[in-house]
Design a protein around this ligand. Structure first.
Ligand code: K1U
Ligand code: ZN
Length: 164
């Protein structure tokens, strides 16, 4: 297993649209193991392959308190979103130190393959629903700061560039 470098905003590679995973083979299983290790090491609750510069539709998540309930979503598709929306504070491992409110659906249904290539349907609410929507945005090349005002976004961009 290996820790993978995480791309930092405003790296243009974060805006790449990911392609579907063609086959859940040994290469993908090794990537899943590395992404889980990287997510736990960074104290994140989720990580999209885009963030480690792999542009395939794969995300890992663990929102459990004990950090022992890893979830793998391959080729995820949202099949239902609740009409109810809520603003939650979000963070991002690609935008370290920045937290701000984003409006998301409070509940969603998602179909995806798991780490063994089995088809799954997930009904999510609360933090899990927020995290899945955040990670699926990454796969579409969208970073959460793009929901913020241009003024806030530009301030964040300047701060991140100075940090480099
Ligand atoms: O995608 C990522 O960069 C991971 C990100 C996921 C996320 C956190 C919060 C809301 C939506 C999505 C993180 O894990 S940020 C760091 C973190 O652990 C965290 C931040 C706020 C609340 C809970 C956890
Ligand atoms: Zn993120």
């Amino acid at each position: 297993m290996a820790l993978l470098p995480i791309l930092c905003y405003p790296d243009p590679k974060l805006h790449t649209v990911a392609r579907p995973v063609q086959s859940v083979d040994g290469r993908i299983q090794a990537l899943i193991a590395d992404m889980l290790e990287t997510m736990y090491d960074a104290n994140g609750i989720g990580l999209a392959a885009t963030q480690v510069n792999v542009h395939e539709r794969l995300i890992v998540i663990d929102v459990s308190e004990q950090r022992n309930e890893p979830m793998v979503l391959i080729n995820p598709e949202i099949t239902w979103v609740s009409p109810e929306k809520q603003v939650n504070d979000e963070g991002c491992l690609s935008v370290p130190g920045i937290y701000d409110g984003v409006e998301r659906a409070t509940a969603i249904k998602v179909s995806a393959l798991d780490g063994s290539g089995q088809s799954r349907t997930i009904e999510a609410e609360g933090l899990l629903a927020v995290c899945i929507q955040h990670e699926m945005d990454h796969l579409m090349g969208k970073v959460f700061v793009e929901y913020l005002s241009p003024l806030k976004r530009n301030r964040i961009k300047t701060k991140m560039l100075k940090k480099r």
